[in-house]
Write a new protein. Structure first.
Length: 301
């Protein structure tokens, strides 16, 4: 990758790592579903405006709308909700570490849901290392019978599983000629429509105490920067550097989330959190394949 592409990759990692920090700020004052609706709703309005300005015709049809609904549910509503709820019980750095297991679940779901993306021996080794990392991360909560922490960690793994499912499900858009911008807009729009009546009935936002400026700005930043802008940056990197290089962002996000949590929220991580992170990153590195291949080439020389 060129310097510009590395710069964009690091920027994306900082933005997505920042989403965990912003979630931690918002969840102190706002209900989970209200935060998620604010995120996808504002992002949907921005992306719909972009589509209008670009003169792109939004595709219609029950099959496509259903696909957008599935993507919105499993790529936005469910994982965003689980992550925000979990961050009411664990530090943002811990949340980002467990979220880094997404490629592991993506490989498993692709193996189960597709005919041409079967798990290789190298991926099995990487998956086992990742599972070991998760066990190290969660082992302390199990030993101490910390129910809320353990439930939050399970919720974070559920979010990663949801993302992994969408990674395999989203392959169907390749043959439909739907642009990434339209796909993103469609899913956040459907997520907003799904959440709006639920939030009105469950959270009743008009009855909530007026949140602080920090909480409001956190939700706006998550929507504008971490969702609308980040998706655009994501697809820009995908087009110029490719999916393999883009996958490196998964390893960088925890670092930015951990640093932001330590610097601004007074969070700290224990030794077993860092050990778990090390095993998960090692597993992702093995699954990625480039570093092991370079090592083997060096040995052969």
């Amino acid at each position: 990758m060129h310097a510009l592409e590395w710069g964009m990759l690091v920027l994306l990692a900082l933005i997505w790592g920042g989403s965990f920090f912003l979630n931690a700020v918002a969840v102190r004052e706002l209900p989970v579903l209200t935060i998620v609706l604010g995120r996808v709703g504002i992002a949907a309005l921005i992306l719909l405006l972009v589509i209008r300005i670009k003169g792109i015709e939004f595709p219609r049809g029950p099959g496509l709308l259903w696909a957008f609904a599935i993507m919105g549910l499993f790529n936005n509503v469910l994982p965003f909700g689980l992550i925000v709820w979990a961050q009411g019980h664990v530090a943002s750095g811990q949340a980002a570490i467990l979220n880094a297991t997404t490629p592991i679940f993506a490989a498993i779901m692709a193996h189960l849901m597709t005919k041409d993306e079967k798990i290789s021996l190298r991926q099995i080794v990487g998956i086992l290392a990742g599972i070991a990392g998760v066990a190290v991360m969660m082992g302390e909560a199990v030993r101490q019978q910390a129910g809320s922490v353990l439930a939050a960690q399970c919720a974070l793994l559920g979010a990663s599983l949801s993302y992994g499912y969408v990674a395999a499900y989203g392959r169907r858009f390749r043959g439909l000629g739907v642009s990434p911008l339209v796909t993103t807009t469609g899913q956040v729009s459907m997520a907003s429509l799904f959440l709006l009546p639920i939030v009105l009935v469950v959270d009743r936002p008009w009855t909530l105490p007026v949140p602080s400026g920090a909480a409001i700005l956190a939700v706006i930043a998550i929507a504008v920067i971490c969702t609308a802008f980040a998706y655009g940056l994501y697809f820009r990197i995908l087009a110029s550097a490719g999916a393999t290089n883009l996958s490196l962002v998964t390893m960088l996000v925890p670092a930015s989330a951990i640093l932001l949590g330590i610097m601004f929220l007074g969070e700290h991580l224990l030794a077993h959190h860092l050990a778990g992170l090390g095993l998960i990153i090692a597993g992702l590195t093995v699954m990625d394949g480039r570093v092991p291949d370079l090592v083997l080439r060096g040995v052969r020389r």
